[in-house]
Design a protein. Sequence first.
Lengths: 421, 69
Amino acid sequence: MSLQQITANDILNLPANTVSNTQLVAGSVENYLSSQGNFITYRNRIQNGEMAVNQRATTSYNVSLSGSSAGSNFLGVDRWSYYFYNVSTTFNAGVNVKQTADHPIKGSNGNCLEIICTTAATPANNVDFFTMTHGIESQNITDIFSGSSALPMTLSFWVKSNKTGTYTVELRDVQSGAGNYYILVTYTIINSGVWEKKVINIPAPTFSSMPNNVSQGLYIQFSYASGLTSTYQPLVANSVGAWSNAYGTNGAAVTTQANLFSNVGNYHRLTDVQLESGSTATPFERRPYAVELQLCQRYLQTFGKLGASQTLCAGVNYPRLGSGAPYQNYAYGAGTSLQSTMRISPSLTVTGNIGGYTITNMATSDGYIVYANNFTTVLDSSGPTWFALRLQNPAGQFNQYATIHATDFDGTGMLILTAEI
Amino acid sequence: MYIADKNLRNQNIIIRDNGGNSLTSFHTDPLNMDYQRFKQDMNSGVQLSFANNTVMTTEQVAEFLATLP
């Protein structure tokens, strides 16, 4: 075949030894893909689409919709958050979200994002839904969302579920001003309990000129349940397969959307999610774990979880959190460099029994003063490359500069820095 | 539940008690998702306290929010 006839998919799927080096001019493959707005590497605009990175080390968490009108959070697999509305107060589903060792290619050596129904419920018309969401930073898609020269996209992923039927994916350009352009696309799970690959073409977003900044530019939302026969129905129907800025709220889905929460035990597994420019789904871009981890650390970094039964005063096994200065005898500020530059100045979440610290006091001969479990630990300040803790003790025990080590008494403590999007 | 606190340089820090031995603290940065959630929660009437744990009145919450970006 001539080079003009082959597609990006053909290039990446060439059987071994079918094309010799002499048949392809040097650089032709790279030039061809580039002409399609694509690249050999970093084609995939989704981060952690393989669901491999899980810095919180959360193997499973539960979301109870009962008693909440809405909720969203990042709790497990990096870069993926749950998001629900239960405005009716009757959509009281119980949901278990987990990283599961099951993958269409790697088997139990790969991972997927699994949603399991633990309490059945039906979303009410108009107002209820449950989704998993992935946000993309504006500056990472300015080449695709480039006004009149915008590029079409292709979304591909693997799914496996015992609940067959139609499911919705929503893409929303949150930088497109009033109304926010969005598009609803669908896929069908045909066979129960079998991995199926889905490929969906997305038309070029010619309406958009994505700003070059660190804000959220686009989000992709996989819907697992959504109220039917809603007042959104005409708008939703009009937007299926085409970008629209007609009013439609977050979490919108097509009216034939399956309800994963119809029965306890229903599950849905998702992995190898890829969004790329062009109209062809190329094979999933499998990046090294270390690369994927570093991409994720722009949005999340952790310190801690050192292992069970750490002993105080050993002074060598604890991560050093930096030097601290006393403040009015009740608090310490302790600065620490982050592992890489984050999107914005991060938030700090302290979980578990991280509240004990070893304070190395330079003014005493023995070198150590130990305060265990009597600090409140909060963020003092932070920047994209650093953070400072405020270790606060109302009793007022500080009067010396010190080096501070975090201690983790039971292996549960963790400092989580987040700049999620 | 939220606490309006200051850092050691007297800048605003918001602390959220997540329950279950977990605290989240963050800047009042419009690009920060925790801050965005804080503002939504304030609109929903979630409790906000001063640093000394005294719960703010509705008027005090409105006054405090008016000082934030």
